[in-house]
Design a protein around this ligand. Structure first.
Ligand SMILES: NC(=O)c1ccc[n+]([C@@H]2O[C@H](COP(=O)([O-])OP(=O)(O)OC[C@H]3O[C@@H](n4cnc5c(N)ncnc54)[C@H](O)[C@@H]3O)[C@@H](O)[C@H]2O)c1
Length: 317
């Protein structure tokens, strides 16, 4: 019989997780405090799965209709959690709310349910410390849109059991996500630490008038981006010489000098004046009222990239 997954919060991220778990045949129960939102989520998931099937983006081997049938909706947290092997919390990023919801979940579950938070920034130690099931709780941070961007950052609190981390990692792999495991809590987890390092240099280059905003973006999407869609920066070092040790022998001094000469002190404040200048440059290409269309454009391209990467993997396996 299909195992059950509980989704707590039916917004953007809760809907994505629901579709991801249903794609691999899990029964999914979705809970929300807002009944109107639950109805919207139900309609949106059914419509999205059908649309993805038509466009060739549907994940998993079962049809959109079968996947839709696997997802049910409830305004009872008890019903949502009953018999679930795993619960993914997806309520807004607010410490008091996470504390409240985790405490409610803690009172309902027994020791066999693992509970992960989708939290983007808040570490789970800040809202699970006093709970009886805290050893089974952690952060599993998805990247937007999770249906097409598979990374999940698994971040344990100091009291999260190692076996729990391993179980969640296995579950994420089974449903086609791409988990990484941090050994401990770290502000920004991993992705945002890398992302902010990149943004800082973009900001500094723009501020010093070295390149336009559009050209800085191009350096990423037509330069580093294509490469990083398949191999990371460390593997790039390994492949761009005869191994990473050889790379360091050849290029470490150069890299060090670039940093010494050009990098500015951190942290960088993203000041309003620079932000306004960048926005003025985007006014022609992406004016504010066109942002929703551009988001759709981006997500469609991410969907195609995810599909292509899956096809390449299938061909190589
Ligand atoms: N949106 C993103 O890009 C993104 C990416 C990664 C992680 N996250 C994280 O995922 C979490 C959810 O974000 P989202 O973008 O889906 O938010 P959202 O606002 O779209 O959805 C939140 C949902 O939670 C519901 N909710 C509020 N209080 C609740 C309660 N007490 N019990 C149950 N449901 C409740 C709301 O009705 C709403 O449907 C946040 O922690 C966020 O930081 C978001």
């Amino acid at each position: 019989m299909a195992q059950k997954i509980a989704i707590v919060g039916s917004g953007l991220i809760g809907q994505n997780w629901s579709m991801i778990f249903a794609s691999k045949g899990y029964k999914v129960s979705v809970y929300d405090v807002d009944e109107g939102q639950l109805t919207r989520a139900e309609k949106h998931i059914a419509m999205t799965l059908t649309q993805y099937e038509t466009e060739g983006f549907l994940r998993g081997e079962i049809s959109a209709t079968e996947q839709t049938k696997l997802v049910s909706f409830t305004s009872s947290l008890e019903e949502c959690l009953a018999g679930a092997i795993y619960a993914q919390e997806c309520v807004p990023e607010n410490l008091e709310l996470k504390k409240k919801v985790f405490s409610q979940i803690d009172k309902i579950i027994d020791g066999s349910t693992i509970v992960a938070s989708s939290s983007s920034c808040l570490p789970s130690s800040s809202f699970t410390e006093n709970l009886k099931n805290k050893n089974n709780m952690l952060v599993a941070h998805p990247i937007n849109p999770p249906y097409f961007v598979p990374l999940v950052e698994l971040v344990p609190a100091p009291w999260t059991r190692r076996e729990v981390l391993a179980t969640v990692r296995e579950l994420m792999e089974r449903v086609g996500q791409s988990p990484v495991t941090l050994s401990r809590e770290s502000l920004g987890f991993a992705l945002n630490r890398i992302q902010y390092a990149a943004i800082n240099e973009c900001w500094n280059m723009y501020q010093s008038g070295l390149l336009s905003a559009e050209d800085i973006d191009k350096v990423c999407y037509d330069g580093l981006g294509p490469r990083y869609a398949f191999i990371g920066p460390l593997q790039t070092m390994h492949l761009n010489a005869d191994g990473i040790v050889d790379y360091c022998k050849r290029y470490a001094d150069g890299a060090y000098n670039v940093q010494k000469e050009t990098f500015k002190p951190i942290p960088v404040q993203y000041d309003v004046e620079t932000a306004q200048k960048i926005q003025a440059e985007y006014d022609a290409s992406i004016p504010l009222d066109k942002i929703p269309d551009k988001r759709k454009w981006r997500d469609a391209r991410l969907a195609n990239l995810a599909k292509m990467k899956k096809q390449l993997e299938d061909k190589n396996s």
